[in-house]
Design a binder for this molecule. Sequence first.
Ligand code: MCA
Ligand code: AMP
Length: 522
Amino acid sequence: MSSIIETLAEHARHDPDRPALLFEGRTFSYGRLWADVERLARALASSGIAPGERVALFLENCPEFVVAYLGAQRAGAVVVPINTQYRQIELSHILADAGVRLCVTSPAGAAELVRLPLPDLRTLVIVGAESEQSEQDAPSSSATTSVPFDAFIARGDDQTDQPLPLPALDAPAVIGYTSGTTGRSKGALLLHRNLAANAAAVTSAWRWTRDDRLLLTLPLFHTHGLMVGLHGTLLTGASAVLRHKFDAADVLAMLRDDPAITLFFGVPTMYGRLLAEVERQGAAALPSHLPRLFVSGSAPLSPRVFADFERLFGRSILERYGMTETIMNLTNPHDGERRPGTVGGPFPGQQARVVDARTRAPLPPGAIGEIEVRGPHVFAGYWNRPDATAEAFGPDGWFKTGDLGSVSDDGYFTITGRARELIISGGYNVYPREVEEALAGHPAVAEVAVVGAPDPDLGEQVVAVIVSKDGARPSVGEIAAYCRERLASYKKPRRVVFVDALPRNALGKVQKHLLTGIVTQP
Ligand code: MCA
Ligand code: AMP
């Protein structure tokens, strides 16, 4: 097995002119991409980033993201991708927890970061800073230096005689932060071998070849876009049309303009919006040449959207299931029946089973329990959290996903719920505890519980149930604004319900299921 980096180097050597990435009218061949990756890696090494040190990417989709991601791995650094919606609470925790030394970001991202006390953070590399902007002009705090991306990568030009070994398969590659029930997210440490094994499994299962072209509108700072979309493209030597973000009308236009696009991956909200857009524009909006494969994941795809998509687009969406800790776990078949409401079976080379959540004994088909997975795709452990790592694994190496489900006689898994509290809104995870902790500081809030309610566009929406202080009734706008200053905007409540008291059991624990009942009433 070769790492993604090594495979990329091979493609660049054997087929340098082959297109790898297309972005806003510019094409980056494998040769050009690799040259930039090498420059960035050397620039990092010459800037004192040693193998194993953490480099964060707090950046929206753009070619520089791809170069920085691969260049940091090429230099042996460990990449920490960060959602660009994250604000004070998430940013200060993640950057401090991972001990990030250097962060590649936008001018807006830099302005956000320099407000935070982050003693480990030495350098901000800024994409989109004016090229003539000097290092001193870019935003910086006393502890950090800011450098425009172009100036930074140019530092690599003088370092070509420095030997730079390729990262070993057992070396750490990425720390993906995934929120926890405690309200503080944990870093899932993935090794180069995990990334390569998963990309090999995914590309083989979905018959992904160098002739494919992916329309990539998912954010690169999460597993779905990065480790499924980008890794699969690079492993196979295929190409990807990268977009800044998802927009349903833009996707239809891109598909009409480029018949070479053969793959599209999205979260269920994207498929709902594509259907609505075709309905709005009329059937003429449908491209005459459609991708061979549409894949959905990150949240449950409703059988209704599956059926409507099949009717309108003539393609049955392939639903799969994954996690930051394990990348991709289960998939409907490429060639066999794609069964709506299910996530199929394990990818090649992986194992999955359903166990009793208490005894951990495997359950027979049809019985609901916790899903466990095992294989070369499973992460190495949580960063600096041996306690959480020990808790997440069984003695025989099975990883406890925290998702509940069952498996049919013929091997199709269905996700029925979650063992942990989690709201999935438009494919983004929101842990109620994190929002509750932020809202507890609001002057009008005496007590608060956060729950999910069904949402036709996002799948689930965040609802805050509040016991107010002294009869104050802040509007949903005020509560949302308070949250947005502290947390990612997608975590803000979309609805606020006031109650006199939170329902609690004899031990004083809030009975969330009763609140869910209240907020889901029409
Ligand atoms: C944006 N907003 C949201 C969401 N996204 N609110 C709730 N839930 C969301 N998912 C809010 C913003 O905060 C903003 O609020 C307003 O909507 C407009 O923002 P905009 O960026 O224009 O939003 P959008 O274009 O409508 O975004 C919807 C989206 C996006 C395209 C569906 O959420 C998205 O790209 N989701 C994909 C997430 C993803 O990649 N998940 C994979 C995780 P305001 O204006 O008030 O600030 S990896 C994973 O789960 C595992 C491994 C797996 O299996 O894949
Ligand atoms: P994350 O921790 O952000 O990587 O999110 C992973 C979680 O997303 C999983 O544990 C599941 O709860 C959920 N998820 C991913 N894919 C699916 C799917 N196809 N159906 C239902 N839930 C999913």
